[in-house]
Design a protein around this ligand. Sequence first.
Ligand code: HEC
Length: 158
Amino acid sequence: MSLRWFVLLFWGGLQFACQGTSGEIGPEATSPETSAVAQTAQQVEEGEPESPSQPVLSYTLRKGKQVYDRYCAVCHGAEGQGDGFNAYNLNPRPRDFTEPGFLSALSDEWLLEVIRQGGRGVKRSVLMPSYENTLSEAQMRDVVDYLRYLSQSGASRK
Ligand code: HEC
């Protein structure tokens, strides 16, 4: 092969190679990247979608729920129906707080007294413990609010 042919072929090849790459450097080449950034920004703005099945509780009720779930649910049941894990060993069994009319007939003062002194202090079953030394006055009030919430939301499901 002569040198002239070689140069011509080389030049042709170079031209072909340049054409091949130039097509990629257009606005289309960057668009998938930019749209991904835009999508992420949109997701951050909208946040996680809320689950419609979980009611949003007030701050007080959330604090009350924390106390209830930790100390009371084991006997009184997660929904206050008197069916906690421990309830089957208790005689008398805890009452169903969602029974219409039961909790609404009891005053806040009475409920606080039962929680503070336990069953023994108010001449009820000794199986209802005293929380005088465990819970603060504020926590007892929060849990009373939560009992009322459980009672109302449970009764409305019946
Ligand atoms: C070891 C099991 C147990 C735990 C834990 C427990 N209770 Fe009770 N509770 C009982 C029993 C049993 C009764 C029924 C007493 C009776 O009727 O004589 C009762 C009764 C009650 C009553 C009804 C009082 C009435 O006038 O009938 C309330 C209100 C109550 N508990 C609130 C609570 C709260 C709030 C907590 C958590 C801070 C709690 N209990 C934790 C066993 C428990």
